[in-house]
Design a protein around this ligand. Structure first.
Ligand code: UTP
Length: 297
């Protein structure tokens, strides 16, 4: 019997967290609107989804919702001004953002956790597999990270989470997996079948050094699992706990993606990403490199 695997068409972007690590910048705007060089974090995530073949975007918003909505909306006044000043390149950039996606918004009234935020998208997602992108995890990769996960999903038809090796001293900030390697596409150290997951374990209790990073492909049964669990670490409804619940009835895979991830929700991670992205820019890279070299470091 040939089992048809549904195509993933939708990406959910939870953007309703409090962003306490980035206060005061995140007091009145979501951290997803912080710009890396000149683009807000969420736009990098949206472009990753588009380059992975997903065009339907669902954004879960909290405080500062208007900044995100306005960003992906048409700005008549701005377009008119740029047109009248004959700023064609800028006009094209501004238009391309609003032309980019089909976007729907749903509100998470209280920041009760990532699992709770994903559950808000249940009606808009419906009964199909979908992806989740945490845009404060910025991932630079030749093949978009989400595309790498989709390839695994399209092969196995099961949920897939992005994994990355993390040093022991940092592991307690992450969801961590206990997993066994599965040979896939000629590699034995990329794909894992997950046996268990733990949210923010003590370093001494972490089952491995493989941490979950903010990209997921989820089958729709995850909604039932989120509804079934109690608040966990930090009193929040954790997506990791829901995945653990889902594991009882469905297989879950982890994929150690190829690429470089920056934790842009953290000040140091954000600074690193800013410097590296600026150095790679054709229009800024050389001047910025020269400036950095001139600093008495
Ligand atoms: P984080 O774990 O980074 O939490 O959320 P946070 O509250 O945003 O930030 P800090 O730790 O206080 O600085 C991971 C992702 O989940 C979303 C966030 O917006 C981010 O994309 N999230 C988290 C929600 O949408 N709602 C929540 O209740 C919690």
């Amino acid at each position: 019997m040939v089992v048809m695997i549904q195509k993933v068409r939708k990406a959910v972007f939870p953007a309703a967290g409090l962003g306490t690590r980035f206060l005061p910048a995140t007091k009145a705007q979501p951290k997803e609107m912080l710009p890396l060089v000149d683009k807000p974090l969420i736009q990098y995530g949206v472009e990753e989804a588009i380059h992975s073949g997903i065009q339907n975007i669902i954004i879960v918003t909290g405080r500062g919702k208007t900044a995100i909505e306005d960003h992906f909306d048409v700005s008549f006044e701005l377009e008119h001004l740029l047109e009248s000043r004959n700023k064609k390149e800028l006009l094209a950039i501004v238009r391309s953002v609003s032309d980019m996606i089909n976007v729907a918004y749903v509100r998470q009234k209280e920041a009760l956790g990532l699992g709770h935020a994903v559950l808000r998208a249940k009606e808009l997602v419906g009964n199909e597999a979908f992806s989740v992108v945490l845009s404060d995890d910025v991932i630079d990769a030749e093949i978009p990270c989400l595309r790498q996960l989709l390839d695994v999903y399209e092969f196995y038809g099961a949920s897939v989470v992005a994994l990355m090796e993390v040093p022991t001293e940092a592991i307690s900030a992450y969801g961590v997996v206990d997993a066994e390697p599965v040979a896939h596409n000629g590699a034995k150290d990329r794909l894992f079948r997950i046996r268990n997951l733990v949210e923010k374990p003590k370093a001494s209790e972490a089952p491995s050094n493989l941490a979950i990073i903010g990209r997921y492909i989820l089958t729709p049964e995850i909604f039932h699992s989120i509804e079934a669990i109690d608040p966990g670490s930090g009193g929040e409804i954790q997506l990791t706990d829901a995945l653990k619940h889902l594991l009882r009835s469905r297989p879950i895979y982890g994929y150690r993606f190829d690429g470089c991830r920056y934790d842009a929700g953290d000040k140091l991670g954000f600074l690193k990403a800013t410097v590296e992205f600026a150095l790679r820019r054709h229009d800024l890279g050389n001047a910025f490199r020269e400036y950095l070299r001139s600093l008495p470091l």
